[in-house]
Design a protein around this ligand. Structure first.
Ligand code: PHE
Length: 442
């Protein structure tokens, strides 16, 4: 999964490039989505293929492994946190994935030049509207509506490379848990959430700093530490419910624009550390802007695909989208907590075809946008595209022409593909790549 919000140094070319992605959506002035019309502009890069995933709601489909993991997570939060016999958390699992840049970024203090906003990483409907890149996009509006403890569950969209663990649509569970002074420190009136210089009645007067790695400047150390302890123990509790008590895990310091301090949880799975969630203490500005100025909150976001793939040993992320009964019946009416191991229905052979092309004079091997290429390959090839890998970059010593070579690996999950049929699709992709990027096939 792309570390969308980490302070990694994304390639400068990705940020500076002014490259225009040309798809069917670009040539029309409006994009129709579920009967609603959106005016397209130079940001529009959603494709008909991507739009076809909207409303599939795999996380709500009975028998889908994502839905089973969702139910287990919801049950954990329902049963662990109750108030006078009622669950404290409310669940939002059917919010529209079409959000504004304000919801996805601005409300979460993501700066206007932050790399996570670039066109090459998000699916924009137009300059102001996109398919949410994370469920955190709904955090502010739900806080504004007066909620304090809630889960947001749904499909999120990111442009990314293609392989067995990456798909441009995946599913996340995000959460917020807020506490007032009396809840955080019951029976301890001397303990405070806020430093004396922060006035809950005049919250906008305070300039909140995150220079101290331990805490936000508005919070007391004891409030931050107690929230951190709760956050970590709630999430380890969940991890143990899912994977068993002997699961190996570790906490890693992280950075997100909307939390401070922030952490990631990694679990040890198949001889590797695997990141499963991001979390932290919600930046106080977000709470204040959305309403409550007397609470402290934690938030986290986890990816359902990763958990489901690890729990049930599902080897390819595309299987989540399978409508094949050989797949779905393995998760039919199972006891939620049953340990199920996916049995491959059968594994059909792969076909690998290479594609080499000369770039037009305005592009170099470093400015060519691989994510544009991946989207186009998937648009034309559909779900039989298992993987696309950059194989070679080449600059001709005399002509100085730039050339790229990609390997495209084709595999159908439910039948054997013939080489002839793969060649045909490969040719169609070549044609589309020539049209879209002005390259010359070698
Ligand atoms: N939205 C973050 C992501 O998608 C995860 C996250 C959620 C981190 C809430 C901290 C708090 O990577």
């Amino acid at each position: 999964m792309t570390k969308l919000f980490l302070k990694t140094n994304r390639t400068l070319s990705a940020i500076l490039s002014n490259y225009k992605y040309s798809t069917a959506a670009k040539s029309v002035a409006a994009v129709q989505i579920k009967g609603k019309e959106f005016i397209s502009d130079d940001y529009t890069n959603v494709t008909p293929k991507i739009l076809s995933y909207l409303g599939k709601n795999l996380h709500l489909q009975k028998n889908n492994p994502l839905s089973i993991v969702r139910q287990r997570i919801v049950n954990y939060f329902y049963s662990s946190f109750t108030h006078r016999g009622h669950p404290s958390f409310s669940i939002y699992d059917n919010l529209s994935p079409i959000v504004t840049t304000k919801q996805n970024f601005d409300d979460l203090l993501i700066p206007s030049d932050h790399p996570s906003r670039v066109k090459s990483d998000c699916y924009y409907i137009n300059r102001d509207t996109l398919l949410r890149a994370h469920m955190t996009a709904h955090q502010s509006e739900l806080l504004r509506s007066g909620l304090d403890n809630f889960l947001m569950i749904g499909d999120v969209y990111r442009r990314d490379e293609i392989d067995s663990t990456h798909f441009p649509v995946f599913h996340q569970v995000d959460a917020v848990r807020s506490q007032r002074k009396e809840e955080l420190f019951p029976g301890k009136p001397d303990l405070e959430i806020f430093e004396p210089s922060f006035d809950v009645n005049n919250p906008h007067m305070f300039i909140n700093s995150i220079d101290d790695p331990m805490k936000q400047s508005c919070h007391t150390l004891e409030a931050t530490k107690l929230m951190e302890t709760q956050l970590k123990s709630h999430l380890i509790g969940l991890t143990k419910v899912l994977f068993g008590d002997s699961i190996k895990y570790r906490w890693v310091d992280a950075y997100f624009p909307f939390t401070h301090p922030s952490w990631e949880l990694e679990i040890y799975y198949e001889n590797k550390w695997m990141e499963v969630l991001g979390c932290g203490i919600v930046r106080n500005e977000i709470l204040v802007n959305a309403g409550p100025s007397n609470t402290i909150a934690y938030a986290f976001g986890l990816g359902l695909e990763r958990l489901a793939m690890a729990l049930y040993k599902i080897p390819d992320i595309r299987l989540m989208w399978s409508t094949d009964t050989g797949f779905l019946t393995q998760f039919e009416n199972i006891d939620l907590n049953a340990s199920v191991t996916y049995k491959p229905v059968s594994s059909y052979p792969q076909c690998t075809n290479d594609m080499s092309f000369w770039l037009p004079p305005n592009l170099t091997v470093d400015t060519f946008m691989s994510n544009d290429f991946y989207d186009l390959v998937r648009d034309v090839g559909g779900d039989i595209i298992e993987q696309v890998k950059l194989k070679d970059k080449f600059v001709h010593p005399k002509s100085k022409k730039h050339s790229l070579c990609y390997s495209i690996i084709y595999r159908h999950l439910e039948r054997t593909l013939t080489q002839a049929e793969v060649n045909q699709i490969h040719k169609e992709i070549e044609k589309a790549v020539v049209d879209a990027f002005g390259v010359a096939i070698r």
